[in-house]
Design a protein around this ligand. Structure first.
Ligand SMILES: Cc1cc2nc3c(=O)[nH]c(=O)nc-3n(C[C@H](O)[C@H](O)[C@H](O)COP(=O)(O)O)c2cc1C
Length: 149
């Protein structure tokens, strides 16, 4: 069973609800899930064997939410060696923006640039299509969990 660090980016609460729901599902399946909100890079670097799961919305004009900005900034500036780190990304956004799910895409890119390996595909949840984003996340995590077993 795996240890997962869930790193949350949220302004209005939707991504927080998704992270809580996903953490419960992971724990029900026997995994250990710890929510980091706000997250610090040091906490993640302290557990290189844990899998990182980013759950973030997008704000502004394609920006990472304020509570995740320090984490993203440290990743970009410190560029730590994350070759041993595995991660997944659940992004929430609104497809009416050109910058659809850009917050999640940015975290995905920053982690990959530091050498981390994404497990499976990123989930981009369009909140205009999913009134309850937790439902889309639940369907995705059921397909993702076998990849971390
Ligand atoms: C001011 C504002 C700006 C937004 N900008 C974007 C954006 O650039 N791209 C996108 O995909 N969604 C954007 N969204 C949609 C949010 O990402 C979406 O509503 C999400 O569910 C909010 O999650 P949260 O409650 O965790 O913050 C924006 C929403 C607001 C209110």
């Amino acid at each position: 069973m795996a240890k997962l660090n869930l790193v949350v980016g949220s302004m209005l609460g939707a991504a927080e609800y998704v992270a809580d729901h996903v953490a419960n599902l992971l724990e029900q399946a026997g995994h250990q899930a710890e929510i980091h909100n706000p997250a610090t890079l040091d906490e993640v670097l302290a557990e290189p064997d844990a899998i990182l799961l980013v759950v973030t919305s997008t704000h502004g004009a394609g920006d990472v939410p304020d509570n995740l900005q320090p984490f993203a900034k440290d990743l970009a500036e410190q560029h730590p060696d994350l070759n041993a780190l595995k991660y997944g990304v659940i992004a929430l956004g609104d497809s009416s923006y050109d910058t659809f799910c850009q917050g999640g895409k940015t975290l995905d890119r920053l982690l990959a640039e530091c050498g981390a390996s994404r497990i499976g595909d990123r989930l981009d949840i369009d909140v205009t299509q999913h009134e309850i984003p937790e439902d889309a996340a639940e369907a995705w995590i059921q397909g993702w969990m076998p990849l971390i077993a």
